[in-house]
Ligand binder design. Sequence first.
Ligand code: HEM
Length: 481
Amino acid sequence: MTTAAGAPVADNQNSITAGQRGPTLIQDFHLLEKLAHFNRERIPERIVHAKGAGAYGYFEVTNDEISKYTKADFLSEAGKRTDLFIRFSTVAGELGSADTVRDPRGFSVKFYTNEGNYDLVGNNTPIFFIRDAIKFPDFIHTQKRNPQTHLKDKDMVWDFWSLSPESLHQITYLHGDRGIPATFRHMNGYGSHTFKWVNKDGEAFWIKYHFISEQGVKGLEASLAEKIAGENPDYHIEDLHNAIANEDFPVWKLYVQIMPYEDAKTYKWDPFDVTKVWSKKDYPRIEVGRMVLNRNPENYFAEVEQAAFSPGQFVPGIEASPDKMLQGRLFAYSDAHRYRLGVNHHQIPVNRPKAEVNHYQRDGFMAVNGNGGSKPNYEPNSVNGPVEDPTAKIKPFDVYGEADSVPYDSDDHYTQAGDLYRLMSADEKDRLIQAFVDHMKPVTRDEIKLRQIEHFYKADAEWGERIAQGLGLQVPESVKS
Ligand code: HEM
C-alpha cells in the first residue's frame, strides 16, 4: 500500500496522535490526503440519464451492400468488426433511483472506428416528446422535482404534456407495454433522429437506425415493476452484468431505413420531425450488422460514469440532418462533458479514440496524454504539423427560407399516435388505459386532465372516452369534438 504519490504507507488504521489519548497531528499527511480525496469523490451526475449500466462489445457488418449508401469505413464490408462501448440508462431519475420505472431508456453506443469515434446516442423509442431543442430544459424540469416540495410532481408533468401535444405519440409509446422494459437486454434501440449518410460518389441519403434485440422485446407488468423497484432498485444493472459475466452475451441486429435524398421534400411527414416515424412499408428496414456485448467494465466510475457520448461525434460518411432537436444536441452533450468531466475528457481511457489523434488543442485541466509534446501548437505551419484531410468534408447542402423562429409546418400530432393506439390488441389497450389513468389520477387540477383528454379524443374518440371514464371526469362536448 502506498500514498497517491507512491510512498509506502506504514499504518492505515491508526492516525498519528499526540500520545495514546492526545489530539491528531496535522503531520499525518496520509490521513489528510485520505479525507481530502474522499470529499472530492463525487462529480456532477448527468443532468439527464444519470443512472445507467455499461458494457463493451463489438459490431460486425453483415451486409456488403451498405457501402452503397455510406463511405463510413467501419461499415465498408461484411465481416468488418469494430470495438464499441455501450451505456443504457433511465432518463429522469437520479444516480441512485430505481431501474424498473416507466421511463424511456437511453441506448448510447460509442464505435471506436479507425476514422475516430462515432457516437450514436439514442433511446429505446423511435420518437421523442418534443421536436425543438429550445423546449428541452423546460420539459426536463417537469420530469424532475418540484422546486418547492422537492417531490416528483404529476401536475407539472401533465401541465407540460397537455400544453405540448407533440408529446402524444411518445407518451403513448411510454404508457404501452414497452414503457417498462424487462431488462436492458430485452429492448430495441433507435437513433430516433434522421441522419444523413453519404457514399463514396458523394450521393446522400436520409437514414434512421433500428437496433433489434435478439433476446426479444419484453416488458415488465407495472405492479411487478413497482415491487422490484422496492426490492432491488438496481435490477437492470445487475441483469446486464450477470448476463455478460455468465457469457450469455446479448446481441442486437442493426437495421436502417433509407430514404432517397429528394424524397424528404415531398414525404407525407416531415422526415426531420423526431415525434414521427417513417412507415416501414415506405422505407423497409435493411440489415447492416450485429452488435454483441461481451465484456463488463472493470471499474464503474472510471468507465461508465466517465463515459462521454456526443451526438456531434460523426465519422466521414455520416452527417447531421436539420432536425431541430438533433441540432441542439450537437452542442449540448460536449458542453455537458466539459462541465462534468473537464475539457480533456477525450483523454479518459473509455473515451479515447483508438484512431490516431492529431490536433492543435492544448493544455486545460488534466492534460494527461503528453499534451502534444514538442509538436507545433498552431496551424498553418511549415514544420510538418498535422494537416487537413479534404476527403472528410461534409456534403454541401442547400438551405432556403427566411431566418426566423419558425414553427414546424404540420401540427398533426394525432394520426400517428392514434394509429399506434389502434394497432394495440384489446389487452394492450386495457393496460395502456390503466397506465394513463394511474399516472394522471394524482393530478390535482381538472383543467389539466381535460386538456390532455382532448388530445386523446382527437387521436381516437374511444381512447378519450375510456381515459375520461377511468378518471371519473365529465367531459364537456367541446372537448370531444
Ligand atoms: C444524456 C441533453 C434529447 C438521449 C444527455 C445529457 C444532456 C442531454 C446534457 C447528459 C450528457 C452527459 O452529461 O454526459 C439533451 C438535449 C436534448 C436531448 C438538450 C434535446 C434537444 C435527447 C434525445 C435522445 C437523447 C432525443 C434520444 C434519441 C440521451 C442519452 C443520454 C443523454 C441516451 C445518456 C448518454 C450516456 O449514456 O452517457 N442529454 N438531450 N437525448 N441523452 Fe439527451
